[in-house]
Design a protein around this ligand. Structure first.
Ligand code: SF4
Length: 272
C-alpha cells in the first residue's frame, strides 16, 4: 500500500463522488479520462467576469449584481490573496498535518461580510433556460468553504453563485447578452474531511471500485468491446427502419465504422 502523501484537487474529489472507478484509475494508476474539447467560450466568459469583478474591487464599489441583490457582503478587498486563490497551481491549499495529504482548489472570487466572515463566490455561465445547482456545484462550495476554514478564516453560513444565463429571446446578431442572478446556497464544509479521507483510502487501494451511475462510458465499452475485437457475437439489435434507398447497417458494417477500416476485408463475427 502506498503511503506517500497525496494531493487531491477539488475536481478530483468530485470525480471520487461521481465515479470512484475513474478516480481510482487516475490516482492509483495515473490513467486520466480522455480529454474533451476545450470549453473556450466558458473560459472566455470566466476571464471577462474576473476582469469585471476586479475592476469593481479596485474602485471599492459593489458589482451591480451584488448591488441589485442588496447584498451586505462586498468583494473581498485583498486583491493579492484573491489572485493567489484563483491560481489553479496554488489556489486554496491545505495539507493535513498528521498524514501530509493535501486538498486544494481554485476559487473565482470571495465575498466579505461586515462581521469579517468570508463567503465563496463562483461565476457560472449557462445557455440553459433554468438555473440548476448540480451536486458538483454544491460540492465545490463545500470544499472551498472547508479550505477557507482550514486556512484560519471565519466563514459565513452562505456561499454564492453569480449565474449569467444567456438571453435567447432577441436573436443573435453577433452578440449574446446574459442575464445575471445571484444565487445563495448553504455550504456544508463538515462533509469534506470524511470524503477526503475516503478518497485518499481509495487512492491507496488495489481494490477496483464500481462505477458511478452518472457516466455510461464503461457500460458502452463493455458492450462494444466484443464487437470491435470480434471476440463475441454482437447482441441482436432491435430492427431499425432503413432510410429510403439504403440497406440497414449490419454487424459487419458497424465493425467497419468502429475500426475505421472500411477497405479492409472483414471477418464475420464469431459465433457464440
Ligand atoms: S463509468 Fe465513466 S466515469 Fe466511471 S470509470 Fe467508466 S469512464 Fe470513468
Amino acid at each position: 500500500m502506498a503511503t506517500r502523501p497525496l494531493k487531491l484537487s477539488r475536481w478530483q474529489l468530485d470525480l471520487f463522488v461521481s465515479c470512484p472507478r475513474c478516480f481510482w484509475a487516475l490516482k492509483r494508476h495515473n490513467i486520466s479520462q480522455p480529454k474533451g474539447y476545450p470549453l473556450a467560450l466558458n473560459t472566455a466568459i470566466d476571464v471577462l467576469l474576473k476582469d469585471e469583478f476586479d475592476g469593481y474591487r479596485r474602485q471599492g464599489k459593489p458589482h451591480p449584481l451584488l448591488a441589485s441583490a442588496k447584498s451586505e457582503a462586498k468583494l473581498f478587498g485583498d486583491a493579492a490573496k484573491v489572485q493567489e486563490w484563483r491560481n489553479p497551481y496554488q489556489g486554496l491549499r491545505w495539507t493535513e498535518r498528521e498524514s501530509g495529504h493535501t486538498l486544494f482548489g481554485a476559487v473565482d472570487d470571495i465575498l466579505e461580510f461586515p462581521d469579517g466572515s468570508l463567503a465563496v463566490l463562483d461565476y457560472k455561465s449557462s445557455g440553459a433556460r433554468e438555473i440548476t445547482i448540480y451536486d458538483s456545484y454544491q460540492l465545490q462550495m463545500d470544499v472551498y468553504t472547508f479550505l477557507l476554514q482550514q486556512l484560519g478564516y471565519r466563514t459565513a453560513p452562505k456561499a454564492f453563485f453569480a449565474f449569467f444565463v444567456a438571453v435567447k429571446t432577441d436573436g443573435f446578431n453577433g452578440r449574446l447578452p446574459f442575464r445575471g442572478t445571484l444565487v445563495e446556497v448553504a455550504p456544508n464544509p463538515a462533509r469534506v474531511l470524511p470524503l477526503f479521507h475516503q478518497a485518499i483510502a481509495l487512492a491507496q487501494s488495489d481494490q477496483m471500485p464500481s462505477c458511478g451511475a452518472q457516466c455510461d462510458v464503461c457500460r458502452w465499452t463493455d458492450e462494444v468491446a466484443p464487437i470491435v475485437t470480434g471476440s463475441a457475437a454482437p447482441k441482436a439489435a432491435p430492427p431499425a427502419a432503413p432510410a429510403a434507398g439504403s440497406a440497414p447497417l449490419d454487424a459487419l458494417s458497424i465493425e467497419r465504422v468502429l475500426t475505421g477500416s472500411p477497405s479492409v476485408p472483414l471477418t464475420p463475427p464469431a459465433s457464440s
